[in-house]
Every structure is written in C-alpha cells, then in structure tokens.
Write a protein that binds this ligand. Structure first.
Ligand code: GDP
Length: 396
C-alpha cells in the first residue's frame, strides 16, 4: 500500500475520535511565511518530501510519482501527528494571504477551532496580522503565535542573544496588546487568549530552514537560544533542523493548545447559530454527535476538473455520506450528496463518510454557496459570516 493511501486510512480511523482532532488555520500578513510553514507541516506529516518543503512544493505522495511539480496553492489538508503517544488528526485549512481575500479568511475561520498566526520576526505585527486575529477571535477561534524568520535576526541583523530575546518579546507584547483590545471590544470571550512563551503558546523559528523551538521543545531537547545562535551562525542549519524540527514543534503546539471539537463546539455554536438552544439539534452540535441530524456549514466552493463543484466545510453534527438528500439554506428542495472526501493537498480523496467534528469536501450540493447551511432537517441557518477586510467592514 502506498504512503498516501496509508495516511488516508489513518485519517479515516481518527475521524471518529473528536478528542484527537484539531481543525486549524494558518494565517499571516503577506510574505510572513504562511506558505513555507504550511509546506513544512505537510513534509513533517509525510505528505510531501522533506527536500521540497519551502521550495514551493512538489507533491511526491502520488504513488506513481508522476505528478512532481504540482504546486499546492490551496493547501486544505488532513494529516496525522503523534503527540504524547496518541495519533492526532489535524485538518489544516488554507487561508488566502492577500488582504483582498478577507472574506475568504473569515469563512475559513468558521471551519476551524484554532488559528496559528505567523509573524515575521523582523517586520513584527502588521495590519493583516491584526485583521486575521480579529477574524479568528470573532469566530471564537483560539490563536497561537509562531514568530518566523528568526534566522534573519541572527545571520542578517547579527543580533546577540539578549537583543534577539528583547525583539521577540516585543513582538509577543504587540500581539497580546492586539488580542487584549479585541477581547475587550467583544466582551463575550471569557478565556485569556493572550499568548506566552511560558505556557507554550508561542513558537519561534525559521520556516525556510525548517527549525523551530518553543519552551516545551527547549525543555525536551535541552537546546537554548545560545545553541541556536551558534548553529545558525556556523551555517549548521541541517543540524538545527535535525535536532529541533519545525514541524514537530508546531504540530505539538497545535495538539497541546488548540481545542478539540468536543471542547470547542459548545463554545462556538452559540456564537454562530441563533436557533433554539434547547433543541435536540443544538444538543447534537454541542456534543459533536455523529449519530445526530446532519449539520454541515459550507465555507468554500472550488472547481475540480474531474469532480466538478466541490463544497468544503465543517461538519458540526451527524455524519456526511454519499446519497444523502440534504436541505441547503436559502433554497427550495434538497440536493443529493454525490461523494464525500478529504483534501490531501491539491488532491481530493474520496472516503465513505465524514462524521461530526471534521472538515469534509463533498460533491452534489449544486445549490450551495460559501456560507450555506446544509442539513438533514429544515433548520435555522448559521449566522452569516462577517467579512472583515481592512479598512472597510461589510456584511455578507
Ligand atoms: P506567505 O505570503 O505568508 O505565504 O509567505 P511565503 O511562505 O511565500 O514566504 C515569503 C518569502 O519569505 C519567501 O521568499 C520565503 O522564502 C521567505 N521566507 C519564509 N520563511 C522564511 C524564514 O524563516 N526565513 C527567511 N529568511 N525567509 C523566509
């Protein structure tokens, strides 16, 4: 059996254990390294070869290897990662980097429970950093921070340990100030969603050279900033990557600090759905009940040359299966699901079913648009998604 097939099978096995699922987005100001970091995660999870990560990717997971050179430009991908002896299913949704796509970023946030915000260590927090943070918090999505391009502080700016730490703490303080301000504005988030080195919600590193660190990883590997500076200065980046690989550090952070659907849905559902909170349907969504009525929120429609229109989104309740006739909000009649699948990079893999708590891609929903609520019973649709794109704020 090929590697890709094995990964798909493992994803299918893990889909039924929502406690071990993390639905995440990576978001950043343009050029801060979102794409390069995503590639690293795919490589770390075995989806693409290590060598090509960071070089605008070649897929090498196809069994015949004929498809090398395909660029993953919309990396919606499901991958697995072992954390504390348990395999986790991580569904990563791509968010467009450009500010004009603010609406798409917000839609992507509806499907996930955690957002890894990438900030360039040299540039610091920029306007789009603020925009993506606001989009995440409005959707009840928890942020963590990855400070990227730390290699540049060492090799280009020749910063010493103290100077570098000061700069990194400055970036964290700026991001936390943004988060605090937004939480105050919203006044319905009780959690302290600021990030900190000590609790492990901040990582640092270089997506380009594939190394990363966090407080827990430094404790595990025994490496400190002094070691990192020395290796980076001496051009021993391969050794840095081997001793503290970026993908492990980031995926560990994802598993440890982002909520699973069972923890996230009870908090998120009341924010995004104004239907009867006492109903069975509300209960099914809060409990991520895979045996409940089907509730699927479409966050993206894409075109596939073979399969046609594909609707991607989050299954909040029930289980999506081929042949189901489902209501599509705002339209009359029902649509029949033709196929159910997962995204593995640019390729879609058909599976038999996708239960609650996961991100699915389906065909057959000809009347659905991004933002549609698709369900097995006639129901109050989800709240429309507010499009935040600086500086204008409009409503869909
Ligand atoms: P995106 O727009 O956020 O997706 O950013 P990209 O991943 O496309 O990266 C933008 C540019 O920054 C590219 O030229 C990358 O090679 C470069 N880059 C990304 N990560 C790093 C890093 O850690 N260190 C350095 N020096 N350059 C990086």
């Amino acid at each position: 059996m090929g590697r890709r097939k094995k990964i798909v099978q493992e994803c299918e096995r893990l889909m039924d254990t929502p406690e071990n699922i993390r639905n995440i987005a990576i978001a950043a100001h343009v050029d801060h390294g979102k794409t390069t970091l995503s590639d690293n995660l795919l490589a770390g999870a075995g989806m693409i070869s290590e060598g090509t990560a960071g070089e605008q990717l070649a897929m090498d997971t196809k069994e015949d290897e004929q498809e090398r050179g395909i660029t993953i430009d919309a990396a919606n991908v499901s991958m697995t990662h072992e954390y504390e002896d348990t395999n986790h299913l991580i569904n990563l949704i791509d968010t467009p980097g450009h500010v004009d796509f603010g609406g798409d970023v917000t839609r992507a946030m509806r499907a996930v429970d955690g957002a890894l915000v990438v900030v360039d260590a040299v540039e610091g927090a920029m306007p789009q950093t603020e925009t993506v943070l606001r989009q995440a918090l409005r959707e009840g999505v928890k942020p963590t921070l990855f400070i990227n391009k730390v290699d540049r502080l060492i090799s280009e700016l020749q910063e010493g340990e103290e100077e570098m730490q000061e700069r990194l703490l400055g970036v964290i303080a700026d991001v936390n100030e943004l988060i605090r301000g937004m939480i105050e504005e919203m006044d319905d988030i009780d959690d302290d969603w600021t990030v900190s080195v000590e609790d492990g919600t901040v990582g640092f590193g270089s997506a380009l050279y594939k190394w990363g660190v966090s407080m827990p990883s430094m404790q595990r590997t025994g490496m400190d900033f002094g070691d990192i500076i020395e290796l980076e200065q001496n051009d021993k980046r391969d050794e840095l990557h081997e001793r503290t690989p970026l993908s492990d550090v980031v995926l560990d952070m994802v598993c440890e600090h982002f909520p699973n659907p069972v923890d996230a849905q009870p908090r998120r559902v009341p924010r995004i759905w104004r239907g009867d909170a006492e109903s069975e349907l509300a209960e099914d969504m809060r409990l991520v009940n895979e045996d409940g009525e089907v509730v699927f929120m479409v966050t993206d429609i894409s075109m596939d040359p073979h399969a046609g229109e594909i609707a991607t989104g989050r299954v909040f309740s029930g289980t999506l299966e081929k042949g189901q006739d489902l209501f599509v909000s705002g339209t009359a009649g029902k649509n029949r699901i033709q196929s159910v699948g997962l995204f593995m990079g640019s390729e879609r893999e058909e599976v038999n079913r996708v239960p609650a708590g996961n991100i699915a891609s389906v065909t057959g929903l000809r009347d659905a648009i991004a933002g549609s609520t698709v369900s097995s019973v006639d129901m109050t649709p989800f709240e429309s998604i507010e499009h935040i794109s600086e500086p204008v704020i409009t409503k869909s």
